[in-house]
Design a binder for this molecule. Structure first.
Ligand code: ADP
Ligand code: LRH
Length: 490
């Protein structure tokens, strides 16, 4: 039986998961889990990329100790962040975290001086997020950029560390905002605008390709299983959407719910017209020629920060439980305002917004959590309405996958506000999607449709049915007033 191992590293945690496929069902076994967070050094935010690489090796050692001698292996992480390598393959810098404020105002400057917003959106179909790789590279140290022999995104870099091979995997490369939807390659005008050359990137590689084994010095240790390394959708959101247990006979939208809430639909063609641009919807490349037409919503980052600022003395489950006992829709915040992207204190930022907008101040962890979940659910409602308008579809089911699908309150609020069924789980959809692509690559699964059927059979979703919302009209008016106080979207 094939064992497939997924390395899945999100902004808040990483894990290595082993799966075996019996022919009908997927059985999953978590090998290793570790925290992830960016840290500040000399006024900038960075990921500890070397520590993350070591965690992968620890996980692979555990796999061997657990009796796994051969396996396939795929890696996914969050998007947009990158490493520049010199001609001997050495990294030229610490890996910046996308929330670092060096890109503050960069989008405006770039669009004013080099290429317009419309031009970039028409070419790439990628939503404007202040931290897209395009803007990060625009403000990156020029000397390092000129020295860079290769520009690899984070999972490409981790693949390189394991195999010695350099690729730019396509789903994640689309989050750079540098890929052209027509040519399906890096766009030469955008590279020129940044003063970059095509050769500084590696070959654009599709999920499902194979990279061979671990590099010789790792294999020689005998510490790790014999791995056949497969290129999976290395953008975690792309793997998460593969892992959605959707049924083909009902129209469905999804939220990949973790640090971010990525709300959207799977399309076979991009939608990169003016309306989509104005609504800031993105067309990220998916596995098997699909597009993720979606919007980034600030997500559970807000509660992660509140919890961290509180000394991590409560679990997420506790915070959700306390929130459930609080009054609904008491205090609301415009989640997608840039003020919540990386404030010095999330707790203070939420409190200040509520106070300044004349709302009750959420003064306990339970009330802060309630304020966040209520506001997220209302933001989901707005995004779903936009999605329906832009795609011309009515969605019968909303799937919520990822760690956030454990939050029953948020799922229930979402179902009530949308008035449709919300199907929750699996919470490890990203690792599962990563594994599904490995199983399709080795022929154990036929295609994505069969993979989704197997995923639904192996991890049956919970169904959350909607109940009516009290004082809906009143709530809509209050919410409109709050969102009009938004300064700028991320
Ligand atoms: P990422 O991949 O972005 O790091 P995850 O998909 O691992 O994120 O999701 C992490 C989030 O899931 C946490 O921030 C938390 O809000 C939520 N979560 C996880 N477990 C629970 C739980 N038992 N109850 C409520 N929320 C949970
Ligand atoms: C989610 C995610 C998202 C990106 C952000 C950088 O983890 O990959 O899709 O926009 O992180």
């Amino acid at each position: 039986m094939t064992i497939a191992i997924a390395v899945d590293i999100g902004a808040s945690s990483g894990r290595l998961v082993a799966a075996s496929f019996t022919g009908q069902q997927l059985e999953m076994n978590e090998l290793h889990r570790f925290d992830n967070a960016f840290m500040e050094k000399d006024g900038h935010d960075y990921w500890d990329i070397d520590a993350l690489f070591q965690e992968i090796l620890i996980g692979l050692k555990k796999a061997k100790a657990a009796g796994i001698h051969t396996c396939t292996l795929g890696i996914d992480t969050w998007g947009v962040d990158y490493a520049l390598l010199d001609s001997s393959g050495e990294r030229l810098h610490d890996v910046y975290a996308y929330r670092d404020d060096r890109t503050h105002g960069a989008a405006d400057r770039l669009h004013r001086s080099l290429v317009s917003r419309d031009f970039v959106y028409a070419k790439t179909g990628i939503q404007e997020l202040s931290f897209n790789t395009l803007y990060q590279l625009y403000v990156h140290d020029r000397q390092q950029l000129d020295q860079a022999n290769r520009i690899l995104l984070v999972p490409d870099y981790l693949y390189y560390g394991l195999t010695g091979k350099m690729i730019n995997e396509a789903t994640n490369a689309s989050t750079t905002q540098l890929l052209n939807l027509q040519t399906r390659e890096f766009d030469s005008d955008l590279l020129n605008a940044l003063g970059l050359k095509r050769e500084q990137f590696a070959e654009l590689t599709q999920p499902g390709s194979r990279l061979g084994g671990l590099k010789a010095e790792l294999a020689a240790t005998g510490d790790y299983p014999e791995c056949s390394v497969v290129v999976v959708p290395t953008h975690d959101t792309a793997s998460a959407v593969v892992g959605v247990p959707a049924k083909a006979d009902r129209s469905w939208a999804y939220i990949s719910s973790g640090t971010w809430s990525l709300l959207g639909a799977e399309l076979s063609e991009p939608l990169n017209g003016e309306e989509a641009r104005k609504a800031n919807y993105t067309n990220e490349w998916g596995a098997y020629g699909t597009f993720r037409f979606l919007k980034n919503i600030m997500g559970l980052w807000m509660i992660q920060e509140v919890r961290r600022e509180n000394g991590e003395s409560h679990t997420f489950a506790e915070l959700a439980e306390w929130a459930e006992r609080e009054d609904a829709f008491r205090s609301l915040v415009p989640c997608n305002d840039e003020r919540f992207l990386n404030p010095p204190s999330m707790t203070e930022e939420i409190i200040a917004f509520c106070r300044d907008s004349g709302q009750p101040v959420p003064d306990t962890p339970g009330r802060l959590a309630r304020c966040i979940f209520d506001s997220l659910a209302l933001t989901y409602l707005d995004a779903m309405r936009e999605l329906e308008r832009l795609t011309g579809q009515k969605y019968e089911v909303l799937h919520i996958v990822g760690g956030g699908s454990n939050n029953r309150l948020l799922s229930r609020l979402t179902a009530d506000l949308l008035g449709i069924e919300v199907w929750t789980g699996p919470s490890e959809a990203t690792a599962i999607g990563n594994i599904a692509v490995q199983l399709i690559a080795d022929g154990s699964l036929r295609d994505i449709a069969q993979a989704r059927q197997v995923i639904a059979d192996s991890f049956p979703p919970n169904i959350c049915r909607p109940s009516p919302v009290a004082d809906r009209h009143d709530l809509a008016e209050r919410w409109q007033r709050i969102t009009q106080l938004t300064l700028k979207e991320t």
